[in-house]
Write a protein that binds this ligand. Structure first.
Ligand code: MN
Length: 255
């Protein structure tokens, strides 16, 4: 029996999670292990300084008071007692494109899956104020899940899938876009007169790139980016080669 583990970062109550689990059910036994509270932009965080509780939420649906990475570990080790055939994270309410994948709990869920050794996917759609439609994203998730279950993925590789608005024109294999960050931090005052700060999204300046995930969703395609946890910049090894010739003498005095 094919076993599929589903997680997300929007929380166990998210419609995107439900739509994904529902759509994947014909492919095998679907088990959901998701954060009890929203954990968006939590990245690849692992909870190590407090206990975690596992709650049975529904039939084959469990909630953990932690992060997507916690959920994948507890899902694989405690709930499934072994690696599933596939791990799918999403459907996230909001794109995970370009540099934003480093903040994403959704993408981290799939990254953790790939590090544990299971083929893994992350699925996201554009965030809109009202009427978010998960239909095409669920369909794309099923198509990619079937494909990956059949042919597998290269080792330590996972897929970051983002849907355009509306009906997609097809799939496009993409690379991670680059964005010049212009984050803004709002400063306000709380009712007790103390200042507080709120990180705002600011403006996005995407570097033009035909091959990018950002361009694909802009052009109406489902963006499929193969990612891996290895952040090494192989191209920079040569440029930085002189580092190895640096001398450690005289030793730095530590007081
Ligand atoms: Mn989210």
């Amino acid at each position: 029996m094919t076993r599929i583990l589903v997680t997300n970062d929007d929380g166990v109550r998210s419609e995107g999670l439900r739509a994904l689990a529902e759509a994947l059910r014909p492919l095998g036994e679907v088990t959901v292990v998701a954060p009890i509270m929203e954990a968006s932009a939590i990245g690849h965080a692992l909870t190590l300084r407090r206990p975690l509780r596992l709650e049975t939420f529904d039939d084959r649906t469990y909630a953990v008071d932690g992060t997507p990475t916690d959920c994948v570990n507890i899902g694989v080790i405690t709930v499934l007692r072994g690696l599933p055939d596939l791990i799918v994270s999403g459907i996230n309410k909001g794109w995970n494109l370009g540099d934003d994948v480093t903040y994403s709990g959704t993408v981290a869920g799939a990254m953790e899956g790939s590090m544990l050794g299971a083929p893994s996917l992350a699925v996201s759609i554009k965030r809109t104020k009202t009427g978010m439609d998960f239909t095409y994203a669920a369909a794309a998730a099923v198509v990619m899940a079937e494909r990956v279950l059949k042919t597998g993925l290269p080792p330590r590789t996972f897929l970051n899938i983002n849907l355009p608005e509306g009906r997609p024109k097809g799939f496009r294999l993409t690379t991670q876009a680059r964005r010049n960050h212009v984050t803004s931090v709002a400063e306000k005052e709380d009712p007790r007169g103390q200042p507080y700060f709120w990180i705002e999204e600011g403006q996005n300046h995407w570097e033009p790139d035909e091959r990018s995930d950002y361009q694909a969703v802009m052009d109406g395609f489902v963006s499929v980016t193969p990612l891996h946890p290895d952040l090494t910049n192989y191209g920079a090894l040569e440029a930085l080669g002189a580092v190895e010739a640096l001398s450690l003498e005289p030793p730095v005095k530590v007081r």
